[in-house]
Write a protein that binds this ligand. Structure first.
Ligand code: GRF
Length: 198
């Protein structure tokens, strides 16, 4: 039986698309959640007849009500794994405790360097010559969870944020699909900060 995964998106959804286009013998995308109705990822999911849900913080009185609704919405699909693929919000306690060590995130920098919402820009501002992406398990911090995999990308002296991010996204999509596939077929063991996928 393929593992059931729910994918969370905020924007263009190219990482979601890579999962949709992947050989899905190991996993099945059973639902896609966005935090805003304009997220292009919703269109990508609907075009494959995958159920979608919008949990927009603007529709809730406070963060904990939003967090609870998000946790319920995801749980309704009974996923084995939750994948944040360009989901630009910090998950709250309800989601984290419902899916502890079963939430994967992808970040466009080589963590622990340059966490947060502007990882690509911050890395370029720092003057790095190599950056990349990190796929990791989510914990209660911001981009601090145990690392599942990383891929590097060279930075040229004339590169701008957009060009570097596009180059990162090429390797990021490959890495995310590879890790989600392996996690869904083999699972993983977590020992402190060390994660092993058998
Ligand atoms: C990815 O680079 C992700 O790491 C970052 O935003 C980008 C989302 O891309 N947080 P997409 O929406 O999957 O195309």
């Amino acid at each position: 039986m393929p593992a059931r995964i729910v994918v969370l998106v905020s924007g263009a959804g190219s990482n979601l698309q890579a999962l949709l286009d992947a050989d899905q013998h190991a996993f099945q995308i059973v639902g896609v959640v966005a935090d805003r109705p304009e997220a292009q990822g919703l269109v990508r999911a609907r075009s494959r007849d995958i159920p979608t849900l919008v949990v927009d913080p603007r529709d809730f009185p406070d963060r904990s009500a939003w967090d609870a609704a998000l946790a319920h919405g995801i749980a309704d699909w009974s996923p084995d794994w939750v994948v944040c693929a360009g989901f630009m919000r910090i998950l709250g306690g309800a989601v984290l405790s419902a899916f502890s060590q079963r939430i994967v995130n992808t970040h466009p920098a080589l963590l622990p360097a340059f966490p947060g919402a502007h990882g690509v820009r911050d890395a370029l501002d720092y003057g790095v010559r190599v950056t990349g992406c990190t796929v990791h398990l989510i914990d209660a911090g911001v981009d601090t969870g145990p690392i599942l995999g990383q891929a590097a990308v060279d930075v040229g002296t004339d590169d701008d944020v957009e060009a570097v991010h596009e180059r990162i996204k090429v390797v990021e999509r490959r890495l995310l699909v590879d890790i989600v596939t392996r996690l869904c077929s083999e699972g993983c063991t977590v020992d402190g900060r060390r994660v092993t996928i058998p």
